[in-house]
Design a protein around this ligand. Structure first.
Ligand SMILES: [Zn+2]
Length: 255
């Protein structure tokens, strides 16, 4: 077994990109020539190897299950694996629990606390009505639509279909009559209700992105709409906000 993508995402999201022990940021600046430095490590509470740290103890879950993992910086990973008499499984679970509660309560107080422009970590607002969707796409030049993994053909049709439809409307909305636009908002209300009924929430963001062509030439700023459909149990949802790492601030256009 290895750590699944879902477990990995949950671990990073719930830890707020911070070490559970020293709270240092786990993705750090690098110079412009290199990628950002990732100093976070997904650490096992009980090692799968008998002679590994805490490996002689019984593990209640799969070794790579979320319950047997915590996120630490490289230094603290070494510390907990050497000082196993201090860092017992109970102690580590307590540390993880306190840390994740700290992240959650800090976010609830100040949802922007973990947003970070440099790393493109943004907060997206919950979209509850058709009018909000219309306002979000009306007049935008570019669209970024995405969704959590879809499991059934019905989900694909509903969520994928809706986002596809929005892309088409985005191009013609500004030419539509006021009345038509209002009616469209009402139509979207029904679809949003249906999507929520199936276990998804919508989050959106409008921002200006700089566009570059293949020669890296600046093509100017473009109004861009981001809209995503996220499963209700996604740990990145904090109240009426989604904290998400978006792909890039600069969109590259291959022309
Ligand atoms: Zn640390």
């Amino acid at each position: 077994m290895s750590i699944s993508n879902k477990t990995r995402k949950t671990l990073w999201a719930k830890s707020g990109n911070r070490c559970c022990l020293c709270r240092i940021e786990l993705i750090q600046d690098s110079d412009s020539m290199h990628d950002d430095l990732i100093i976070g490590e997904e650490c096992h509470i009980i090692s799968s190897k008998k002679d590994g740290p805490r490996g002689e103890l019984k593990c209640d879950s799969d070794f790579d299950h979320y319950d047997n993992l915590l996120l630490l910086c490289a230094n603290d990973h070494k510390r907990i694996d050497e000082l196993t008499d201090i860092y017992t499984p109970e102690k580590l679970k307590q540390i993880k629990n306190i840390h994740e509660t700290w992240v959650k309560t800090t976010l609830e107080k100040d949802v922007l606390a973990f947003t970070n422009d440099k790393y493109n970590i943004k907060s997206l607002s919950r979209i509850k009505t058709g009018k909000q969707v219309v306002d979000l796409i009306n007049g935008a030049h570019m669209f970024q639509f995405d969704h959590d993994e879809l499991h059934t053909a019905e989900e694909a049709e509903l969520v994928g279909g809706f986002l596809g439809e929005l892309r088409d409307y985005g191009d013609i909305l500004s030419d539509m009559e006021f009345m038509q636009v209002s009616k469209l908002g009402v139509e979207f209300n029904e679809i949003i209700n249906e999507i929520e009924h199936k276990g998804f929430l919508l989050f959106g963001l409008r921002r200006k992105l700089r566009l570059r062509n293949s020669k890296k030439e600046d093509m100017g700023l473009f109004d861009t709409t981001t809209l995503v459909a996220i499963r209700k149990d996604n740990p990145s949802i904090i109240g009426d906000f989604l904290i998400a790492k978006l792909e890039s601030t600069d969109l590259n256009l291959n022309i």
